[in-house]
Design a protein around this ligand. Structure first.
Ligand code: GAP
Length: 440
């Protein structure tokens, strides 16, 4: 087992042992990709939400919050594009009977190339010491140049196939790169097909399509459909934002890596409504603000990076992820998207209700553009645990080195801030004093 895999195993075991996270319905062998938060976990999760709410809502005069329902009119998801386009490319292996996301198989191949590049760089760094010029090495080393060229070509072909919904192109790529099943190596694949990620259910009193309801796959749509309600009641002027924390549901094809990819999870999202034409300026500002937020909670800069989307979602004209270095590599923690006027315009068209803002300075109506910041609360939780669960060596009572596991969370997030502990167990006068102190 690699060091990182071992670390991740320890992390999940720690989460269970200390009451942070349990597998859902564990006595029935669990439900895949669904988790429950225990006594310490719920405190940490609430603190993450409070820290986000404070900085995004209470510390911004022009951002207010809402709490929209999980169920929404089914037309919402038609207008947002989720009914037609919220799909992942699915592929089955005929031998192992395992199901995968085709794009993730190619991404796994890319990760391996990146690992090879990093190993070459590390080796050279050790060899050349202080005189090592990494940029020069990356440009001139024959093997690194070859890997980098392959990386760029495969990434480009993946992005092209994904943005054109070219499932046959994706399958060709998997065949050409000779990608095998991660769990057995078989290359006996089915064709790639699209799979819609929304869960659906049925209203009790209406049969058929009419009564079909979806569990929301993002909280953002509850904000869009309330845009005018909030603007009118708060009398905010553009630019202004609406924020929300709430559950979202996605029928993920492959749900691995503990709480990183869940089928039921929580999002902390903010939609910022701006004048058309100013969205890229605001997008850049929010990129910077959100990165500062992560740094302020103590996440080291080297564990965070921006990653532009190669493949823009149907609603975006610019998009970037803030990635965090999880024990299984750099992965998306938060998304910042310039969503144009796509959502408001689509809702306006399908509902027939105007979703426009009257700009008193311009003396005209327009549909605002939107910049969104969206972070998964559970991913933030995992980032905080993986960043702060450390092994340290301290002297024991005899002065010998002894190792211990410590969770060094930022005070704003710690489930327990401080404790009053009597050193002697059965001394009533001490325990009663300690009890009084701890609740005063
Ligand atoms: N409204 C935009 C939106 O939903 P997204 O990139 O699909 O964008 C935003 O999701 C964030 O939600 C991600 O950055 C991630 O932190 C979190 N997220 C998405 N899918 C998730 C899942 N299956 N499990 C846990 N968190 C998830």
């Amino acid at each position: 087992m690699s060091q990182q895999a071992d670390l991740f195993k320890k992390l999940t075991a720690h989460c269970k042992e200390y009451g942070f996270i349990y597998q859902s319905s564990e006595i029935y062998d669990g439900l895949s990709a669904v988790y429950d938060y225990g006594p310490n976990g719920v405190e940490l999760k609430n603190n993450i939400k409070e820290y986000w709410w404070r900085s995004m809502v209470q510390m911004h005069e022009n951002i207010t919050g809402i709490d929209a329902a999980i169920f929404m009119h089914p037309k919402t998801w038609k207008a947002s594009g989720h009914v037609d386009a919220f799909n992942d490319p699915l592929i089955d292996n005929k031998d192992s009977k395992k199901r995968y996301r085709a794009d993730q198989l190619v991404e796994g191949y890319l990760d391996k190339i990146e690992d090879k590049i990093n190993k070459e760089v590390e080796k050279a760094q050790k060899r050349f010491g202080d005189s090592f010029d990494e940029a020069m090495f990356r440009q001139t080393n024959e093997r690194v140049v070859k890997y980098t060229t392959e990386y760029e070509e495969v990434s480009k072909r993946l992005a092209t196939a994904m943005s054109a919904n070219d499932m046959a192109g994706l399958k060709n790529l998997i065949d050409e790169l000779e990608i095998g099943d991660p769990e057995g190596g078989s290359r006996n694949w089915t064709e790639v097909r699209q799979f819609n990620l929304m869960f659906n259910t049925q209203l009790g009193n209406i049969a058929g399509e009419e009564g079909k309801l979806y569990l929301r796959p993002e909280t953002a749509q509850g904000i869009f459909v309330n845009f005018l309600n909030v603007q009118k009641t708060t009398r905010q002027k553009v630019p202004f934002g609406i924020a929300q924390i709430g559950k979202a549901f996605r029928n993920e094809i492959v749900a691995r890596q503990f709480i990183f990819r869940m089928r039921e999870f929580e999002q902390m999202e903010m939609q910022f409504f701006v004048k058309p034409g100013t969205e890229i300026e605001w997008y850049n500002r929010w990129k910077e603000t959100r990165m500062k937020w992560h740094l302020a909670i103590g996440t080291p800069a080297e564990k965070l990076r921006f990653k532009d989307h190669d493949n823009l979602a149907h609603y975006a004209n610019a998009a970037v992820d803030i990635q965090f270095e999880f024990p299984f590599g750099f992965k998306e923690l938060e998304g910042i998207h310039s969503r144009t006027d796509f959502d408001l315009s689509s809702h306006q068209e399908l509902s027939g209700k105007k979703l426009q803002y009257f700009d008193p300075e311009l003396n005209e109506n327009y549909v605002p553009y939107v910049v969104e910041t969206s972070i998964g609360c559970d991913r933030m939780f995992l980032a905080m645990i993986s960043n702060n669960l450390i092994e340290e060596t301290v002297p024991d009572a005899q002065g010998e080195d002894s190792s211990r596991t410590v969770l060094k969370l930022h005070p704003a997030l710690a489930p327990v801030k401080c404790a009053v502990l009597p050193l002697l167990k059965n001394k009533e006068e001490l325990t009663s004093k300690a009890g009084k102190l701890s609740i005063s």
